[in-house]
Design a protein around this ligand. Structure first.
Ligand SMILES: *[C@@H]1O[C@H](CO)[C@@H](O)[C@H](O)[C@H]1NC(C)=O
Ligand SMILES: *[C@@H]1O[C@H](CO)[C@@H](O)[C@H](O)[C@H]1NC(C)=O
Ligand SMILES: *[C@@H]1O[C@H](CO)[C@@H](O)[C@H](O)[C@H]1NC(C)=O
Length: 379
């Protein structure tokens, strides 16, 4: 029955087109037949769309698995006493007697030169910008604005993974600016954690004097002055553990296969993540970075990098802290860049909110505008 219905429709469809070609639209009978066919087809389309929606809703929202383990029973491989093993490692240089379950077998393609901080008692800040290979324009925007903090005790590095097609351009960029840290793994969302681990590893090995490290995504605007002021209020020059940002306490893993952040039960079987700092920006101290780097090889990989850091921090015993200024209050966003530690820019339209006059500017110019804006507000 369905087939015949479709056939009829197809027939009309064909006829209709034939008719149109002969330009017989003015014949009211043919016109009425054609309109009927169109209406029928429309009804059928609506029905199909509705059914599809229902199926989707089912998959996305009602997907439930009985094998989910409550977070109260949280354990995560490897089971070992990290603080005890870290103490042994620090005093005797001995690695734990556990197998490495999160190997990091990647080679540096570009290695930024070592940091050179002044030992003058002020905080030494390393900025690590997690960047996607093809975001050349965003890196340029950062370099010419907030990332160009010459004169301050600040160093900046861009963290990149690898993509064959863009590599020649990255090579040029690295030669020109010398601020790129790149490893050989493929640049993809679920490899993000490798990028973050690379940043920690590089910072500890080549930038060990940094008292503080701030991680930031390449589509964000960091207000350095506010950040430095904030670090000073912490009154902690590399004194112990610090990991601070926008703390999420009750995050639930995405299970829908359509989500970018989807995680299977094999990867992570619990109904909640440990508390973790939301990805876009967070600040860590030197001691904390050292502990994290020690722990990474012994904590099972998870592609969601901010949640993964939360797991590692929990295992190592680092207490995460929440800081309001690391969140962008929606009402403040872009209206007064001096008030927030950072702001987000995804494309030109975002920046139009800053000033409607700046309609046709490219992203870099938008960023420069915010840069100038920041200083005019500070004056
Ligand atoms: C880990 O080892 C330390 C001693 O170094 C001990 O105080 C602590 O209770 C241990 N933690 C666990 C969870 O066993
Ligand atoms: C950074 O600032 C210095 C001093 O203001 C300037 O000479 C230099 O050109 C700037 N670098 C970039 C990449 O804009
Ligand atoms: C992560 O990088 C490795 C090494 O390049 C690659 O084999 C793997 O496919 C990547 N994973 C994803 C999810 O892209």
């Amino acid at each position: 029955m369905r087939r015949s219905f479709l056939k009829k429709n197809l027939l009309f469809w064909g006829q209709g087109r034939g008719i149109r070609r002969k330009n017989s639209n003015r014949n009211p009978v043919y016109f009425e037949i054609r309109m009927n066919a169109i209406r029928k087809r429309q009804r059928l389309s609506v029905l199909i769309v509705l059914v599809c929606c229902l199926i989707l809703i089912n998959i996305v929202f009602l997907y439930k698995d009985n094998n989910v383990i409550p977070y109260s029973e949280f354990t995560y491989p490897v089971k070992m006493n990290f603080s005890e093993n870290y103490k042994v490692f620090k005093t005797e240089g001995r690695q734990p007697a556990f197998n490495i379950i999160n190997p990091h077998p990647f080679k540096y393609i570009h290695l930024r030169k070592k940091c050179k901080f002044k030992e003058n008692g002020t905080p030494s800040l390393l900025i690590l910008v997690k960047s996607t290979v093809n975001n050349f324009h965003l890196r340029d925007a950062a370099r010419t604005t907030w990332g160009n903090s010459t004169g301050e005790n600040i160093e900046i590095a861009f963290l990149l993974a690898h993509r064959e097609a863009e590599q020649p351009e990255v090579d040029k960029e690295a030669a020109l600016y010398g601020d790129i840290v790149q490893e050989s793994f493929l640049d993809s969302y679920m490899n993000n954690t490798y990028k973050t681990i690379m940043g920690f590893n590089w910072a500890v090995q080549f930038c060990g004097q940094a008292s503080h490290i701030v991680f930031v995504d390449d589509d964000h605007y960091l207000n350095i002055q506010n950040l430095l002021t904030f670090i000073e209020t912490l009154n902690a020059l590399n004194k112990g553990d610090l990991m601070i940002g926008n703390l999420l306490k009750h995050s639930i893993p995405y299970r829908s296969r359509f989500s970018r952040w989807s995680v299977s039960l094999q990867q992570y079987p619990f109904d909640r993540y440990p508390p973790y700092l939301a990805g876009a920006v967070y600040l860590v101290s030197r001691d904390t970075a050292n502990k994290m780097v020690f722990a990474f090889p012994y904590v099972k990989y998870l592609g969601i990098d901010d949640a993964y850091l939360g797991i590692v921090a929990r295992k190592v015993g680092i207490e995460l802290q929440h800081e309001e200024t690391f969140i962008i209050p929606p009402f403040l966003l872009y209206t007064d860049p001096s008030q927030v530690v950072y702001g987000e820019f995804k494309d030109v339209t975002d920046f139009e909110i800053v000033n409607r006059v700046l309609h046709r500017f490219a992203e870099v110019k938008m960023c420069i505008f915010t840069w100038k804006c920041q200083f005019s507000f500070l004056l």
